[in-house]
Design a binder for this molecule. Structure first.
Ligand code: KIV
Length: 323
């Protein structure tokens, strides 16, 4: 039985019952057992909590944060401090999934010592259980593993290389390029990477690498033969305000849902239909003394309605008016 099988433990919403926490070694075990790994990005408490409660195995605080949450043109500008801030929020929400922090552009492109120091911050200050780095940085992977930091590699279309690549293009489109990709994946795995994200590569290339690699591949735009799949949360629920890439499947239309909710709220406010009386707090007869009470309850101070049990709404939050 898989040590990550959610059915062996409690749902995260059941406090006090042990959970089968997903770890980096557990991902390797899933590959060996042929059990697909589900991964999703999240950047804040509510989405991370929903993903965790839905049984997602790996939650990545991706540097896609820059684009889908912060509205930047690409991922290059997001900082270590911004990524730490969001990783902390995600960490607070997650009980079962493996929490992986994406190291942002510039945080691991200088010396190995600086890169390790930055990675340590994600573990120490934000509670990340692994970091992800882009490109075939074999020496860095070795140094991170020596520093006890699990690492996920990321090959193929690496968005932090957008300026060098000249755009977001499918990679490994020739036999030589596939061989190079495969060699990079093997080298990262030998150096200690616990898994490799393969992004924007032909299905056939990803399938071949997945079949021969000792650690799991997690695909995004790499076809169905990888050991796992990852999507950006905002793509999954249509919150990106742009056309979806070919590999994206929209599982919900949150844009339409949120837009309609916000429009209906605005209309209700404009028509004085929100809040209703039932959504308002009331003075009780007991407390309705003094000028405010007399004004609210009429001259004789004896309105039965205002003195009823329903007079104080949301009693979990407010037992009574503060005296
Ligand atoms: O930043 C990100 O969201 C990612 C995934 C798409 C793999 O790197």
């Amino acid at each position: 039985m898989s040590i990550t099988n959610p059915s062996t433990g409690a749902h995260p919403s059941q406090p006090g019952v042990p959970l089968p926490k997903v770890t980096m070694p557990a991902l390797g075990e899933m590959k060996r057992q042929g059990k697909p790994i589900s991964a999703l990005t999240a950047y804040d408490y509510p989405t991370a909590r929903l993903a965790d409660e839905a049984g997602i195995d790996l939650i990545l605080v991706g540097d896609s944060l820059a684009m889908v949450v912060l509205g930047q043109e690409n991922t290059l500008s997001v900082t270590v401090d911004e990524m730490l801030h969001h990783t902390r929020a995600v960490r607070r929400a997650v009980r079962r999934a493996l929490v992986v922090a994406d190291m942002p552009f510039g945080s691991y492109h200088g010396s190995i010592a600086d890169a390790v120091a930055n990675a340590v911050r994600f573990v120490k200050e934000a509670g990340a259980e692994a970091v992800k780095i882009e490109g075939p940085r074999v020496e860095l992977v070795r140094a991170l593993v020596n520093a006890e930091i699990p690492v996920i590699g990321h090959l193929g279309l690496t968005p932090q290389s957008v300026n060098r690549l000249g755009g977001y293009r499918v990679q490994a489109r020739t036999a030589d390029a596939v061989l190079e990709l495969q060699a990079d994946a093997f080298a990262l795995a030998r150096a200690g990477a616990g898994a490799i994200v393969l992004e924007g590569v032909p299905r056939e290339a990803a399938a071949q690498i997945t079949a021969e690699l000792s650690v799991p591949t997690i695909g995004i735009g790499a076809g169905p033969d990888c050991d796992g799949q990852i999507l950006v949360f905002h793509d999954l629920v249509n919150l990106t305000f742009s056309a979806a890439a070919k590999f994206v499947r929209r599982y919900a239309d949150a844009s339409a849902l949120f837009r309609s909710a916000i429009e209906r709220y605005r209309e209700d406010v404009e028509h004085r239909a929100f809040p209703s009386d039932a959504e308002s707090y009331h003075l009780t007869a007991r407390k309705a003394t003094g000028a405010a009470g007399r004004q609210a309850m009429g001259a004789d101070n004896s309105s039965a309605d205002l003195d009823s049990d329903e007079a104080v709404v949301n009693r979990d939050a407010f037992e009574d008016w503060p005296s």
